[in-house]
Design a protein around this ligand. Structure first.
Ligand SMILES: Nc1ncnc2c1ncn2[C@@H]1O[C@H](COP(=O)(O)OP(=O)(O)OP(=O)(O)O)[C@@H](O)[C@H]1O
Ligand SMILES: [Mg+2]
Length: 451
């Protein structure tokens, strides 16, 4: 992670150096200042990403420093340090753009918590900026994203293939973007103003496929009450995507081979061949070589289709693309659902980064679609992910929303104290701890009789 530059501006030297010591250990790069002006001068030479600002400074008012800071760089985060007396002003400062405030005397735990939260916010913003940049560049066509080397290679191939008028075979797992690739090839080719026609070969009988692809003459079979133009004909000058080509019946494969070889089509029941000018892109998530060995796919058809073969990597082979795809889908479904999700929580991101996505990009898209629909504020959280994924989170991963041991302890002690009407000897007995331990815990957790 990039070092975060932190400034501490506090005229009380010991307070400032205590914060510095704590943050130094956490890997922040810290400088301290005893007054406002030296800080402002330094800031102009070498900016800070985070500033702890005491409200009462000898030269400039803390609020004024906050204003100047935000004016110079809106993205610098500020944490206001304040005594109990001026807590109102500190709250006002958060309205003026301060990230948070810290009361004096400050506890190590609070300092760390706020600094780490600010760091998280800064890191997320950086990440988002990078993603925005990546999305803007090297995108082949709108809505087709990928910055991983593997996808950049696919994009380069698509661009090249688009300009050549040859058949293309796409072999890749389900949900990896085969249809998007086919559409991109068409959109970037000289055929782009002609039709793009989609046909799924799966689940049809030979008769139906014939009639759909080739069309038929009136009266060619019972029920053929009028002449029908086939898909091949209607795609004249354009591109046809034959999806699930591996499902095409063998008897139909030979007819398709004929069309590809002769570049002409005969309507069912017709006698006059019609010349065809189409580019065929075939797609499958099967291993056609394997199908050839088994005898369910013709090898001559395979070679006709596979003039250029393209393979798309599985999502887990290019995990770098996951954050980019998530941003892309969040934007997409924000629009669709009229929501304003701005980010995904680090834990949710971590979980998605380690998931194995058998359904590839489609599965990720569905997960984000559901998440955007469910998310309650502007952040997509682990609770917005499907239960199956959340269960994964519970195994070996520090799940978001799980209380820490300290929180559980505080909760439990409070409960027992309340039950006993704050009778400490009795509470200590129930908890089975010495009274002194109970008192110490109460101090640690700020538990007073009124709480
Ligand atoms: N690189 C990508 N960028 C943006 N969206 C993508 C990308 N890859 C896939 N998708 C989206 O994922 C979904 C599945 O993609 P597509 O339909 O192209 O997959 P496919 O390989 O044809 O899958 P199948 O074999 O199951 O038909 C689509 O909604 C598509 O928009
Ligand atoms: Mg598909």
């Amino acid at each position: 992670m990039k070092m975060i530059r932190v400034a501490i501006i506090d005229d009380e030297e010991t307070a400032g150096s205590m914060i510095k010591r704590i943050l130094d250990k956490e890997g922040f790069e810290v400088e301290t200042f005893l007054a406002g002006q030296p800080f402002l001068n330094r800031m102009r030479q070498n900016p800070f990403q985070l500033a702890f600002i005491d409200l009462n400074l000898p030269d400039i008012d803390g609020m004024e420093i906050l204003r100047l800071l935000k004016q110079t760089d809106e993205e610098t985060e500020a944490i206001i340090i304040t005594g109990h007396a001026s807590i109102e002003s500190a709250i006002e400062a958060t309205r003026q753009g301060a990230f948070h405030y810290l009361t004096k005397p400050s506890r190590r735990h609070d300092i760390l918590l706020l600094a780490n939260r600010a760091r998280e916010k800064i890191a997320l913003r950086e990440e988002n900026k990078k993603l925005k940049l990546a999305m803007g560049k090297d995108n082949l066509v709108a809505g087709f994203v990928g910055s991983s080397p593997a996808m950049q290679e696919v994009f380069a191939m698509v661009k090249k293939v688009a300009m050549v008028n040859c058949n293309v075979l796409l072999q890749a797992e389900t949900g990896t973007g085969k249809q998007l690739v086919a559409r991109a090839i068409h959109a970037l080719s000289p055929r782009k103003d002609q039709p793009f026609v989609y046909f799924n070969c799966g689940g049809f009988t030979e008769e139906l496929i014939c009639s759909e692809l080739f069309g038929h003459e009136k009266g060619s079979f019972t029920g053929a009450s009028s002449t029908k133009i086939g898909l091949f004909e209607s795609a004249a000058g354009g591109t046809v995507l034959l999806d699930e080509i591996g499902e095409m019946p063998l008897s139909m494969q030979i007819k398709l081979l004929h069309v590809l070889q002769e570049r002409e089509v005969l309507r069912v029941g017709g006698t006059k061949p019609i010349e065809l000018d189409i580019r065929i892109i075939a797609a499958t998530n099967k291993d056609l070589k394997q199908a050839i060995l088994k005898g369910s796919f013709r090898d001559d058809l395979f070679y006709r289709l596979n003039v250029v073969g393209l393979h798309l990597p599985r999502l887990t082979e290019r995990r770098d693309d996951i954050p980019l795809l998530i941003s892309h889908f969040i934007e997409k479904f924000n629009l669709a659902f009229n929501k304003e999700i701005k980010r995904i929580s680090p834990h949710a991101m971590e979980l998605l980064m380690s998931y194995n996505f058998p359904g590839n990009v489609r599965e990720l898209e569905n997960i984000i679609q559901r998440g955007v629909a469910l998310a309650e504020n502007d952040e997509l959280k682990v609770v917005d992910l499907p239960a199956s994924l959340r269960e994964l989170a519970m195994r070996g991963f520090n799940g978001e929303g799980m209380p820490t041991l300290a929180e559980m302890e505080k909760h439990h002690i409070t409960k027992v104290l309340k039950l006993t009407g704050y009778n400490k000897p009795q509470a200590a007995a129930i908890l089975d701890i010495p009274r002194t331990t109970l008192w110490r815990r109460m101090r640690t957790y700020n538990l007073t009789d009124e709480s």
